[in-house]
Structure formats: C-alpha cells, structure tokens
Design a protein around this ligand. Structure first.
Ligand SMILES: [Zn+2]
Length: 136
C-alpha cells in the first residue's frame, strides 16, 4: 500500500468531537442547548441566539445534493488518480449542510436534489473521513 497522499483531518478542540464521531462512523453536529438549532461546522456560539451551550446530536446521514462541482484538475498530487471527481454541498435531512465528495457513481450521474447517504472511509487507525454516495 502506498502512503495516503491527501490531507487528513486536523481536529481542533472545538471540532474534535465531530471527527471522533466520524471515527465511530457517526455524523454529529452541535445542537444549541438554548434554542435547539443544529449547526455545522463547529462554532463556539449559536449563530441564532448566541448561546455558548450545546450538545452533540447524531444525524441520520441522509440528505440530498444541494450543489456540486466536478473537479478536473487536482488541487494536490494525491487527488490526481481520482480525476474527475465531485465535490458537493449536501443538505442533510436535519437541515445542516456539509461539503464532501460524492462517490459510488460517475460525475455525470450527480444531480442537484439527488438523494445521498453518508459513507465512511477509514484512512488509518487515527483518522476517518466521510463522503456521500447515492442512496438507493
Ligand atoms: Zn441557539
């Protein structure tokens, strides 16, 4: 096996629970303890009510493609062999949006509104990442 050539997650104290969730194949987002709004990416304050109190809530992992683009040039050498590939903004059923790749289909098959579900890739014993695949 060749060494993994792409960037790995670099958790901060704030995002560490999110990435630990991904390690365990769970998609967690912050839930405001005051107004219950969900938010992603991890932030210290609720953008709606400015509360600093929150819990971590699991998502279903189901959503749909909100927008996407097809990459034809690699941003770093590790991505070269995957060209062309899709980078999508996915809206989860619970309303939060996340950016990642759509895999498991050709770029030509991806459509705005296409149902997708989260899939996990275990890179090594410390890092996992999440992507999305067509929901069938
Ligand atoms: Zn709030």
């Amino acid at each position: 096996m060749s060494e993994y050539q792409k960037p790995l997650p670099e958790p901060t104290p704030l995002s560490q629970p999110f990435w630990e969730g991904v390690r365990q194949h769970k998609l967690l987002v912050q839930k405001c303890a005051s107004c219950s709004k969900l938010r992603h990416t991890p932030r210290p304050l609720c953008p709606s009510c400015l509360s600093q109190e929150f819990t971590w809530a699991p998502l279903s992992g189901q959503g749909q493609v909100y927008s996407y683009t097809v990459m034809h040039r690699a941003p770093a050498p590790g991505f070269q062999e995957e060209l062309p590939y899709v980078v999508a903004l996915v809206e989860l059923k619970e309303g939060v949006r996340m950016i990642s790749n759509v895999v498991g289909c050709t770029p030509q098959q991806v459509r705005v509104g296409m149902p997708v579900k989260v899939v996990y890739e275990d890179i090594n014993d410390k890092a996992s990442i999440f992507k999305f695949a067509p929901a069938r």
